[in-house]
Write a protein that binds this ligand. Structure first.
Ligand SMILES: [Fe+2]
Ligand SMILES: [Fe+2]
Length: 190
């Protein structure tokens, strides 16, 4: 993701590798939330004409959810409670209210989550190769799809209001860069 303004912090990869089972459970929840979020976006009037596209994203995310669940089952990892992510809540709390403003902000937040997933899955696809080739291949196989979701959400926001999307993207990219640097030791992807 070229436009992101901060690198994934150096402690992210070692923390992820040290907590893989818990991170996989968190990943399952992320896919579940990505599916429900795509459907939630359908309530905005500005997106009524994009309902089929959003359904297609929701279906794809549900398929990802199923794939992660299957992986958990194969590895004997029980599905468990999600941990809230300070980075995701930080982005979501910055969303403004009011239909037109909210839909643009919501799409940008979703895009950034997809973009960061795409970036982190790429890192995992590469770094897990010598340690866990099955998991490496799994993460590599998700990169394109999450990258497409990122692009789709940005394009949806631009189609609603191009100037406002540029302004808010600028704001949210700074916020993302600030939030991603905040240290935490939770066993989560984001
Ligand atoms: Fe996904
Ligand atoms: Fe996605």
């Amino acid at each position: 993701m070229e436009m992101l303004r901060a690198k994934v912090p150096d402690d992210w990869l070692p923390r992820t590798l040290a907590n893989l089972p818990a991170v996989l459970v968190d990943h399952a929840h992320l896919e579940r939330k990505a599916a429900t979020t795509a459907i939630t976006l359908e309530r905005y009037r500005d997106l009524f004409e994009r309902v089929e596209e959003l359904n297609a994203i929701a279906i794809e995310e549900l398929q990802h959810f199923q794939l992660v669940l299957a992986l958990l089952k194969r590895r004997g990892i029980p599905f468990a409670q999600p941990h809230p992510s300070p980075w995701i809540s930080g982005l979501m709390h910055a969303m403004r209210k009011g239909m037109r403003m909210q839909v643009v902000d919501h799409l940008i937040c979703c895009a950034l989550i997809e973009g960061r997933s795409c970036e982190k899955f790429q890192i995992l696809g590469r770094e897990l190769q010598p340690l866990d080739p099955e998991l490496a291949a799994f993460y590599a196989s998700l990169v394109e799809s999450e990258g497409n979701h990122y692009a789709t959400y940005i394009l949806m926001a631009r189609a609603i209001d191009d100037d406002e999307t540029s302004r808010r993207l600028d704001y949210f990219l700074d916020l993302d860069a600030e939030l991603i640097r905040q240290p935490h030791d939770l066993p989560i992807l984001h």
